[in-house]
Design a protein around this ligand. Structure first.
Ligand SMILES: Cc1ncc(C[n+]2csc(CCOP(=O)(O)OP(=O)(O)O)c2C)c(N)n1
Length: 446
């Protein structure tokens, strides 16, 4: 096509042109200049020539450092450090949110052992990662979670009633009782519903962030928003992790990936999960701004997330990776006995030595904002509140039976309607075999 012909073709809309990554990888040309000391191959444009044949040995490069603000005694590491720019009231809310998750976890784990709900997963040791990072988000920011981020939901305003309705799959569950316990979701604040297949949320998060970017370009008055995407270090071995990070980098999407590296994926220790420098080193490989933080230090997590959010919104969009280090002090889930693959003493040691809740409590006590009486009083209140919602949710009716057929597609298909009729016929034919009293509207709910 001649240039003239090209000129007559409509140009792409301006917004589409600016969608291209803002990073310029080359100057005027990618051709090789004579005598240049740098490679001008299009695939690695800034690489210097070398006559030294040396393989990069990862064992000889030092490990990415771990950012922390306070030590395990709750003492700020830099004495003259500027404040966090967060009010004491807000910090107290974070503390209470971590406690709420912890108190609820202990009660619900026990309830599962008694057979009162089918399944549960606790967040013990990782409350600081979820509460601290969620504290830096706005309700309009979009979250994708894995399942060990109950603190994100708590910090974003999920109520005990919301948690219990989902756990007991009753008619107040906004997921209509269809998912396993702990697969929470909410329309607002924007928090996508959790699903079991690991890592699938990572490329979805990149896609959602790309959509937010387009939205901002088309409508510059919309408040800037990011996507926050959580996953474990085990999930990061899935292909979807690689797809998700690479697409976010090449399309410059405003997404913050938060990897909870808690040392285990069920029974698999990190030594069998990867041999590189954790997950953080991979972010660098994808050309993504990356930081590793102490996940037991809620201040470090909050600060890193706040800065990551700012970076993610720079130049129209840029992905960021945060690797938050912690230790999974709990069993993987109620279906797991972790002492089958790790020593009890290792777990006890971690519980005693470092914990995000105890660390913040020490800081609050040092500041004169907290004491033993307040701790006992708050724990009692929380325990009572959890047990009240627990009882109410357990007694509440299940959604109507028709909910099992709805939402498979947007509208009920003819086949689904036939199946509903067939189910109704069976339930009416064998009324003694099926107790429908627990479902809203009983047989009429079909
Ligand atoms: C695609 C897929 N494979 C395997 C599983 C089974 N599974 C559930 S949780 C889990 C371990 C995940 O570990 P990690 O991502 O480190 O998170 P953690 O449980 O430590 O918080 C596995 C293998 C799954 N749910 N989905």
């Amino acid at each position: 096509m001649s240039l003239n012909l090209l000129a007559r073709l409509p140009r792409p809309a301006r917004s589409q042109r600016t969608l291209l990554p803002s990073v310029k990888r080359w100057g005027s040309s990618i051709s090789q200049r004579p005598g240049s000391d740098r490679v001008r191959f299009p695939g690695a444009v800034n690489s210097k020539f070398t006559t030294q044949m040396s393989f990069i040995n990862p064992l000889e490069t030092s490990s990415i450092p771990t950012y922390r603000v306070m030590n395990s005694d709750g003492v700020m590491l830099e004495k003259d450090r500027k404040s966090l720019n967060v009010s004491n009231d807000e910090i107290l809310t974070w503390y209470k949110n971590m406690l709420t998750v912890s108190v609820m976890d202990v009660i619900m784990f026990e309830a599962q052992r008694q057979g009162r709900l089918s399944f549960y997963m606790v967040s013990a040791g990782e409350e600081g990662i979820s509460v601290g990072s969620a504290a830096a988000l706005t309700p309009d920011d979009v979250v994708f979670a894995q399942y060990r981020e109950t603190g994100v939901f708590q910090q974003r305003g999920f109520t005990l009633k919301d948690f219990m309705s989902q756990l007991f799959a009753n008619r107040n569950d906004n997921g209509r009782g269809r998912n396993m316990p702990v697969h929470y979701g909410s329309n607002y604040p924007r928090t996508h519903t959790i699903s079991s297949p690991l890592a699938t949320q990572i490329p979805q998060a990149s896609g959602a962030a790309y959509a937010l970017k387009l939205q901002a370009l088309q409508n510059p008055d919309t408040p800037p928003r990011i996507v926050a995407c959580y996953f474990g270090e085990g999930a990061a071995s899935e292909g979807d992790f690689h797809a998700g990070l690479n697409i976010a980098a090449t399309r410059s999407c405003p997404v913050v990936f938060i990897c909870r590296n808690n040392g285990y994926a069920i029974s698999t220790p990190t030594l069998e999960q990867y041999r590189g420098d954790g997950i953080a080193s991979r972010g660098v490989g994808y050309g993504i701004d990356t930081i590793r933080v102490d996940g037991n230090d809620i201040f470090a997590v909050y600060e890193a997330m706040r800065e990551a959010r700012r970076i993610a919104l720079t130049d129209g969009g840029r992905p960021v990776l945060i690797e938050a280090m912690s230790y999974r002090v709990s069993h993987h889930s109620t279906s797991d006995d972790s002492f089958a693959y790790r020593a009890r003493v290792e777990v006890e040691d971690w519980k005693r030595r470092d914990n995000p809740i105890i660390r913040l409590r020490k800081w609050l006590e040092n500041e004169g904002l907290w004491n033993e009486d307040l701790e006992q009083e708050t724990r009692d209140q929380l325990r009572k509140a959890v047990l009240k919602e627990f009882g109410d949710a357990e007694r509440e009716k299940k959604p109507p039976i028709r909910a099992a057929f709805e939402d498979v597609y947007d509208e009920l298909t003819e086949e689904a309607q036939e199946q509903m009729k067939e189910l109704k016929r069976i339930l009416e034919t064998y009324p003694d075999e099926y107790d429908l009293r627990q479902y809203e509207d009983g047989i009429k709910g079909l």
